[in-house]
Write a protein that binds this ligand. Structure first.
Ligand SMILES: Nc1nc2c(ncn2[C@@H]2O[C@H](COP(=O)(O)OP(=O)(O)OP(=O)(O)O)[C@@H](O)[C@H]2O)c(=O)[nH]1
Ligand SMILES: [Mg+2]
Length: 241
């Protein structure tokens, strides 16, 4: 099975050159960076790396359009290039490339979706202050009870989807930009009936670069979660018939 790690970036020049070698030197996986014309020159760094255009690819988008749109563009590109699965991952080293092995093992054993979880067997987050940890735990509890999707980390961004899942989900109908994007993808895969498994991951707070987290992303998820149940009831989830 041929896999592509999709990494969205906006101003991640300090991180991108560190993370890509950790992936391609240790795994039989290629990398696609989806960059929204970062003013800090992230894209130029990607094109200068060894392996560019053989194992490392770049999708350049004209304007900053949110994480969700960047992932959709990356997933479509993966299907176009014939990959069997994608693994989505942040650029900021919060997601440890060492955990990729858990995703690969579960995919090889037949999982169609692997959800990286920071809350399997206890809390697996390093460095967060109590306030942020509390917010994340509450957000996940809220997402779980409102959507009815029974996994421990619905907002996390370190996940794998196989080709058949990406082909079954109507990617163009997913409009969420922030954490809601992850919840919408996971809910659609769950209600479409795919084999979903969780993998334990360690989450480390970013040390380089700045967060792109905004308040609007939280409001999007507050409304979006209960709407998942409503959309499911009316057969309006983005799942092809
Ligand atoms: N292409 C693209 N990438 C984005 C956009 N917004 C965020 N990203 C990337 O998405 C990933 C996650 O964003 P972060 O800012 O780290 O969000 P976060 O992990 O919730 O917040 P932190 O804890 O501060 O790191 C990073 O690789 C960002 O560079 C965007 O609008 N376009
Ligand atoms: Mg981050």
């Amino acid at each position: 099975m041929k896999g592509l790690v999709v990494i969205p970036t906006y101003n991640e020049k300090g991180n991108i050159e560190r993370i890509i070698p950790k992936i391609i030197d240790n795994y039989d996986l290629d990398v696609l960076v989806v960059d929204d014309s970062s003013p800090d020159g992230t894209a130029e760094i990607v094109t200068s790396l060894d392996g560019f255009n053989t194992r490392i690819f770049l999708l350049n988008r004209k304007t900053k359009d949110g994480l969700g749109r960047a992932y959709i563009a990356g997933f479509k590109k993966a299907l176009e290039l014939g990959y069997d699965f994608v693994i989505q991952m942040d650029a900021d080293l919060s997601h440890d490339p060492k955990d990729l092995k858990h995703f690969i093992t579960k995919l090889n054993a037949g999982a169609q979706v692997v959800l990286g979880s920071r809350y399997v067997d206890g809390v697996r987050i390093l460095d967060w202050d109590v306030k942020r940890l509390f917010l994340s735990i509450c957000a996940n509890f809220y997402a779980k009870i409102t959507t009815g999707v029974p996994y421990t980390d619905l907002t996390g961004g370190y996940n794998a989807y196989t080709k058949e899942v990406l082909e079954k989900i109507e990617l163009d109908k997913i409009h969420a930009k922030g954490y809601m994007f992850q919840i919408e993808m996971k809910s659609s895969a769950y209600y479409a009936g795919f084999n979903i498994q969780e993998a334990p991951i360690i989450f480390i707070d970013r040390t380089i670069g700045e967060t792109k987290l905004q308040g609007s992303i939280i409001y999007e998820a507050i409304w979006g979660c209960p709407m998942i149940r409503v959309r499911k009831f009316f057969f309006l989830l983005p799942i092809k018939k």
